[in-house]
Design a protein around this ligand. Structure first.
Ligand SMILES: Cc1cc2nc3c(=O)[nH]c(=O)nc-3n(C[C@H](O)[C@H](O)[C@H](O)COP(=O)(O)OP(=O)(O)OC[C@H]3O[C@@H](n4cnc5c(N)ncnc54)[C@H](O)[C@@H]3O)c2cc1C
Length: 391
C-alpha cells in the first residue's frame, strides 16, 4: 500500500472512493468480474462500518412510510447468506452470521401499545411477527426482567459480526488484486460529460473511465458531484457499547433484543465470540464522534432495565460512528447522467445489510446488466435540481 504523501499517477478501469463495507464490497465484486480496480481511502478506521451493530434487520427496521426501503432491505437480507458464504469460502474467515431473529420487547404499557401499532403495520406488509406475553418472552430469553410487558418475535431479522465481515471483505478484495491507495479523493474528474478519474489530496490523480463515490457520510465532500446530491448526505452520530462476558460466563442472550424503555429504543445484539453490543444513540451533531458520559449512562441504564444481568458484563469498548443519512432515509445508488460517475452512499441505518446488494447493483451497471427493480426509487437523480458543481 503506498504511504500517504506519495504522488500516485495510476490508471484503472474503476476507482472507488471509500473503504467501508460499501466500497470494499463493490471493489471485491468488480474485481471478481474481471475489472481492474483501485480503492482509495485515507483511513478505514474511521468508517461507520466498524462501529455498527451488524443487525440485518429488514423487519424490525420497517417503519411507517418507508415501503420502498423495506423492499430493498428484504432483497438485501435474502442476498446476504450467499454473499457471506462466498466471502467465507474465499477468505476462510467466519463472518458470524446469526439467524435467531429479533425479539422486540416493550417495558411498559405505553411502549407495548407503540410496539403493537408497528407490529400491525409490519404484518400488513406481509412480514412475520409472533406476539409473546411477558412469560413467553422470558422463555426465549431467561435473563429478561419479569417487568417486561410483552413482546414480538420477528424471525426474519438476522445479524452479522460487522468487524469480522469488514475484515473478510478487505481480505477478499486484496486477494482479487484490488490496488489500495491510502489517500483522500478530493474530486471526481469530469470532462465532456464523462468521468475521467479522481484527484487526490496529495496532489496526484488516478485516471479511470468509472468512478464510484462510496465515502459514507463524507461523500458530499467530493467535488464534481451535483450540489444537491452533495447536500443530501449528512452524518448521523451513533454511540454504541461493546460488552464482554467475564471468563466462564455463558452468553446472556441468544436473540437480538430490541427494547422500548419508556419511549426510548435500544438494542442488544449477541455475538458468537461472547460480545454483546448495546446501541445506539441517533444524534444530529455534524461530524462529532466523541463518546459522552450521558450516552453511556443512558444506554446502560435502559439495557439494565430490561436485562438486569447486563451489570455483570465487562464494558469492553465505547465508540461512536457516523451513519450516512439522507433526507428520505434511503440509499443513493447509481449514476445521474455523467457517464461513468456513480454513487453508492446514504445507506444510513442499513449499510451493513445492504452492502451485498449495493455491490450487485453497481457491478450490474458496470457489466451491462440491469440492477434489481427494487433500486428504482434510490437513484441519485431524485436529488438533482441543477447542473453539476465544477470539479
Ligand atoms: C452506531 C451505529 C450502528 C449501526 N448499526 C447498523 C446495523 O445494525 N446494521 C446495518 O446494516 N447498519 C448499521 N449501521 C449503519 C452502517 O454502519 C452504515 O450504513 C455503513 O457502515 C455505511 O458504510 P459505508 O461504506 O458507506 O461508509 P463508512 O463505513 O463510513 O466508510 C466510508 C469510508 O470512506 C472513507 N472516506 C471518507 N472520505 C473519503 C474520501 N474523500 N476519499 C476516499 N475515502 C474516503 C472513510 O475513511 C471510510 O473508511 C450503524 C451505524 C452506526 C453508526
Amino acid at each position: 500500500m503506498p504511504a500517504k504523501g506519495v504522488l500516485v499517477a495510476e490508471t484503472a478501469d474503476v476507482v472507488i472512493a471509500g473503504g467501508g463495507v460499501i466500497g470494499t464490497a463493490i471493489a471485491w465484486r468488480a474485481a471478481a468480474a474481471g475489472l481492474d480496480v483501485v480503492l482509495v481511502d485515507p483511513d478505514h478506521g474511521d468508517a461507520a462500518s466498524l462501529v455498527a451493530a451488524g443487525m440485518l434487520a429488514p423487519v424490525s427496521e420497517a417503519l411507517f412510510g418507508e415501503g420502498a426501503l423495506l423492499r430493498i432491505n428484504l432483497l438485501a437480507v435474502r442476498r446476504f447468506p450467499s454473499f457471506a458464504a462466498e466471502l467465507e469460502d474465499v477468505t476462510g474467515r467466519h463472518v458470524g452470521l446469526r439467524r435467531e431473529g429479533t425479539l422486540a420487547v416493550a417495558y411498559d404499557p405505553g411502549d407495548y401499545a407503540a410496539l403493537m401499532r408497528l407490529t400491525a403495520f409490519r404484518r400488513s406488509a406481509g412480514l412475520d411477527a409472533e406476539e409473546r406475553d411477558s412469560r413467553a418472552c422470558r422463555q426465549l430469553e431467561s435473563f429478561l426482567t419479569p417487568d417486561v410487558h410483552g413482546g414480538v418475535l420477528f424471525a426474519g431479522d438476522w445479524s452479522v459480526d460487522n468487524r469480522r465481515y469488514a475484515a473478510a471483505l478487505r481480505e477478499a478484495m486484496a486477494a482479487a488484486k484490488v490496488r489500495i491507495v491510502r489517500d483522500r479523493v478530493t474530486g471526481a474528474l469530469v470532462r465532456d460529460g464523462r468521468a475521467r478519474g479522481v484527484r487526490l489530496a496529495d496532489g496526484g490523480s488516478i485516471d479511470s473511465a468509472v468512478v464510484v463515490i462510496a465515502a459514507g457520510c463524507w461523500s458530499g465532500a467530493v467535488a464534481g458531484l451535483p450540489g444537491t446530491v452533495r447536500a443530501a448526505v449528512r452524518p448521523v452520530k451513533g454511540q454504541l457499547l461493546r460488552l464482554r462476558h467475564p471468563e466462564g460466563m455463558a452468553p446472556v442472550i441468544t436473540h437480538t433484543i430490541r427494547a422500548t424503555v419508556r419511549g426510548t429504543d435500544i438494542y442488544l445484539v449477541p455475538r458468537a465470540d461472547g460480545e454483546m453490543i448495546v446501541g445506539a444513540t441517533q444524534e444530529e451533531r455534524g461530524p462529532d464522534r466523541t463518546v459522552t458520559a450521558g450516552a453511556v449512562h443512558d444506554l446502560l441504564h435502559d439495557a439494565m432495565s430490561v436485562l438486569p444481568v447486563t451489570s455483570e458484563l465487562i464494558l469492553a469498548e465505547t465508540c461512536a460512528g457516523l451513519r450516512p443519512g439522507t433526507p428520505d432515509n434511503g440509499p443513493i445508488v447509481g449514476g445521474f447522467g455523467v457517464d461513468g460517475l456513480l454513487l453508492a452512499t446514504g445507506h444510513y441505518r442499513n449499510g451493513i445489510l445492504m452492502s451485498p446488494v449495493t455491490a450487485d447493483a453497481i457491478v450490474a451497471g458496470l457489466t451491462g446488466q440491469r440492477p434489481a427493480a427494487e433500486w428504482g426509487p434510490f437513484s441519485p437523480r431524485r436529488f438533482i435540481a441543477g447542473p453539476a458543481d465544477g470539479d
